[in-house]
Design a protein around this ligand. Structure first.
Ligand SMILES: Nc1nc2c(ncn2[C@@H]2O[C@H](COP(=O)(O)OP(=O)(O)OP(=O)(O)O)[C@@H](O)[C@H]2O)c(=O)[nH]1
Ligand SMILES: [Mg+2]
Ligand SMILES: [Zn+2]
Length: 334
């Protein structure tokens, strides 16, 4: 993916807007502080709207919070210390952010990494029959997951749209990734299938749904949650005609156990600040061959007695996955 560049005028506009928001939020923080603040307590960030955030306390009650300056970016899933406003009990101030176990980031404007969500155990890579699954995109998400580290899960949604024309595409994905050892889940909201299995995979973990826009991430979450639990997501959704594109990552609680984060769909997903070793690490079926090549510094391109090429010729690893490994190294390793 080419880095999206922004011109000077756009830069100035963004800077101006940030300045305005900062001033506004300073004023709000000043007002809250004048009312006096309650004791420090712990909470978790449900969503970040930019200027304010929704924080959930240990009893799952939600509060609109404002962050103190200099805390850095705060994202969905962050564990925080916050204080309640004494006058307006639905409002609070975030005073500290706990160290993160994991932080999922994606490249934003100019290739700068933008934090998406924190403290995730599992990344559910959602594809659908329409838009069509893209194995190279799945492989890039797998590399990102393996390096985070988080357990990746491959989800194929809208299987009701399967036809004789696209049947093999899904079969190939299922065979390919099951063989590597990944869990593959197939769902259809229309047919109501795959949900028990999915809930079992998500049980007692913190998972995030990622993938292209329109593959059905939010629809799946709506299907898994009781009606009232969707209210925060609905606030964060743009209400254009017929479009419900998700704009903010939001954390939900599954009634059967576990936390699930809905994230905005992407047009593409690139890798940044990644080494050739990281890419290799992201292809877990290649692991057994590392260090077995004739040359210690083998780049697994066309060197003689390369263990990975031998495995390839013996069909122990798939040609498509290997080609994706090479493509990723060429495309993303500086
Ligand atoms: N046929 C079929 N359509 C589905 C299914 N699941 C979702 N859809 C449709 O797919 C469209 C997109 O669904 P969303 O849930 O908004 O997709 P999303 O992945 O959240 O999209 P972004 O928020 O833009 O990332 C909607 O029109 C859904 O009704 C399914 O299982 N089968
Ligand atoms: Mg969505
Ligand atoms: Zn090699």
């Amino acid at each position: 993916m080419a880095k999206r560049r922004i011109n000077e005028q756009q830069k100035r506009r963004i800077h101006q807007r940030q300045q305005q928001l900062r001033e506004k939020s300073d004023q709000i923080l000043k007002n809250i502080s004048e009312h006096g603040l309650g004791a420090e307590q712990s909470g978790q960030v449900i969503t970040n709207f930019g200027q304010s955030l929704i924080v959930e306390d240990t009893d799952r009650k939600v509060f609109r919070c404002f962050a103190r300056q200099n805390l850095g970016p705060i994202v969905c899933g962050d564990r925080v210390i916050w204080q309640q406003d004494k006058k307006n009990e639905n409002v609070g101030v975030i005073v500290a952010v706990a160290a993160r176990e994991t932080l999922l980031q994606k490249p934003g404007f100019g290739g700068k990494l933008k934090p998406m969500a924190a403290n995730i155990d599992q990344i559910v890579i959602v594809s659908s029959i329409l838009p069509e699954p893209n194995p190279y995109l799945i492989d890039r998400y797998l590399v990102a997951s393996e390096n985070l580290p988080a357990t990746p899960i491959i989800l194929l949604n809208k299987i009701d749209l399967l036809s004789s024309k696209n049947h093999s595409l899904v079969e190939d994905i299922e065979t390919e990734y099951s063989r590597v050892g990944y869990q593959v889940v197939k769902t259809s909201q229309t047919l109501g299938t795959g949900f028990d299995f999915l809930l079992n995979v998500l049980k007692n973990k913190t998972s995030i749904f990622v993938g292209l826009s329109g593959v059905g991430k939010s629809s799946l979450i709506k299907h898994l949650l009781p009606e009232q639990d969707m209210r925060i997501g609905q606030v964060s959704e743009a209400t254009g005609e017929g479009t419900h594109t998700t704009t903010n990552s939001t954390l939900y609680h599954l009634p059967s156990g576990g936390k699930l984060i809905d994230s905005p769909g992407v047009r593409d997903f690139g890798l940044w600040n990644i080494s050739a070793d990281d890419v290799l690490h992201g292809f877990k079926e290649l692991q057994p061959y590392i260090g077995k090549c004739r040359f210690a510094n083998c780049a697994h391109q066309s060197e003689p007695r390369c263990a990975i090429h031998t495995a390839l010729s013996e069909k122990k690893i798939s040609l498509q996955r290997f080609k994706h490994y090479q493509k990723m190294v060429a495309e993303y390793v500086e």
